[in-house]
Design a binder for this molecule. Structure first.
Ligand code: ZN
Length: 386
């Protein structure tokens, strides 16, 4: 997917590794970088020279740690060397962001989707790309995140919310925009953004759990995203929690979806209160001390705690990140989430390092951009044995 004008195109694998290390952990002093890569400082100097000439790496000034000494000049990537666009595709809207090489958001835009046919959606994506492109730097690649099973970073198998069967979205977007396009499952994309540039950057293993219209889970183990042919099906959603709980549409009694989705919580509350209520109203009522709402929210929070503990018990991640458009539940009733966790953990088990990330559509669009960045940076990396 690299074109000849890309600064990555001519790089040898060894030079690419240097750049990747600095991208993920920079700025780094030359001595530290050499240590991390197991290189002599002489080899490192030889490798970094062309990278600096190509504009990928640069020296950044920092004041000397010991007063009076020569200022340190650690190496860092120039994050502005290229731009990336990330797009999160929902049923009726596409959310887009423009980012730099470190997935920092530089701009955002949205487009309404009124016609869900693949041709019309691709046309809206192309318009969004045109709107986001600041023309200051070249857009190296476009990432698209979608709540579906995706093959080969291009082919969407089936997207229920858009009424799509198989669609080769990557090829269609590349044709419409003239740029490389990388399609991935939206949760996988969010995981990769946290892995390289976010809360998962400093650990070897972490899990992300999202709650909202659906419930999703992802895992990075030994620095790799765990994925398989069923990634994107939302398998965690049917994990059993409460054998006496309500049933999900697929008939599982007390599965995660039956207990924790915004729909499940809303309909339980509507049934008990005898009137339709929104998800946020239920949470507001619980916060204000309404006993009925508080009981429903408390039960869901406890179930969420049970799920978090199950993930921690099975996968033993160093950290668990919680997000999704329904995550306010865990903030309103955090004590009961933690009680649910404690009840399902070994008494001597380490406390779980929990992080909350506020959900926002740009978070998911940034995930899509992060995958485009990864594919651009890693595209020419040889197999790990080399
Ligand atoms: Zn179920």
């Amino acid at each position: 997917m690299l074109d000849a004008a890309s600064p990555w195109a001519p790089l040898l694998p060894s030079a690419r590794r240097v750049t990747l290390e600095v991208l993920l952990h920079g700025p780094l002093a030359r001595s530290e970088l050499a240590d991390r890569l197991g290189l002599s400082t002489a080899s490192l100097t030889r490798l970094t020279k062309p990278l600096m000439d190509a504009g990928l790496l640069r020296e950044v000034e920092t004041p000397s740690l010991r007063g009076g000494g020569r200022p340190l000049q650690p190496l860092d990537v120039d994050p502005d060397v290229q731009r990336f666009i990330g797009i999160k595709l929902a049923g009726f809207r596409a959310y887009g962001v423009l980012t730099n090489l470190r997935a920092d958001i530089l701009g955002s835009a949205t487009a309404e989707i009124t016609d869900q046919s693949p041709e019309a959606v691709v046309a809206r994506i192309a318009e969004l790309v045109d709107e986001l492109d600041d023309r200051a730097r070249p857009v190296a690649a476009i990432g698209i995140g979608i709540g579906a099973v995706v093959r080969d970073f291009s082919r969407v198998q089936r997207a229920v919310f858009l009424h799509w069967g198989e669609v080769d979205l990557g090829a269609a977007v590349a044709r419409a925009t003239g740029r490389p396009a990388v399609v991935s499952n939206d949760l996988d994309a969010l995981m990769e953004a946290e892995h390289w540039f976010g809360d998962g950057r400093d650990v070897q293993s972490f899990a992300v759990l999202t709650i909202g219209a659906g419930v999703g889970g992802g895992l990075v183990v030994h620095d790799h995203l765990v994925s398989g042919p069923d990634s994107g099906l939302g398998l965690l959603g049917h994990f059993p929690i409460d054998p006496l709980g309500p049933s999900c549409p697929e008939g599982h009694r007390g599965c995660v979806k039956a207990l924790l989705t915004t729909d499940a919580i809303q309909s339980q509350a509507a049934l008990t209160l005898g009137r339709p209520v929104t998800y946020d109203e239920v949470l507001d009522l619980a916060e204000a001390g309404d006993q009925v709402a508080d009981q429903i929210v408390g039960r869901a929070a406890h179930a969420f705690g049970t799920l978090i503990a199950a993930v921690a018990n099975i996968a033993q991640p160093e950290r668990i990140i919680l997000t999704g458009e329904g995550i306010r539940l865990a903030q309103v009733a955090e004590a009961r989430v933690r009680a649910g966790i404690t009840q399902a953990r070994h008494a001597e088990a380490s406390p779980i390092d929990l992080r909350f990330i506020n959900d926002d559509p740009t978070l998911w669009a940034r995930g899509a951009a992060a995958v485009a960045i990864q594919r651009t940076v890693l595209a020419a990396l040889p197999p790990r044995t080399a």
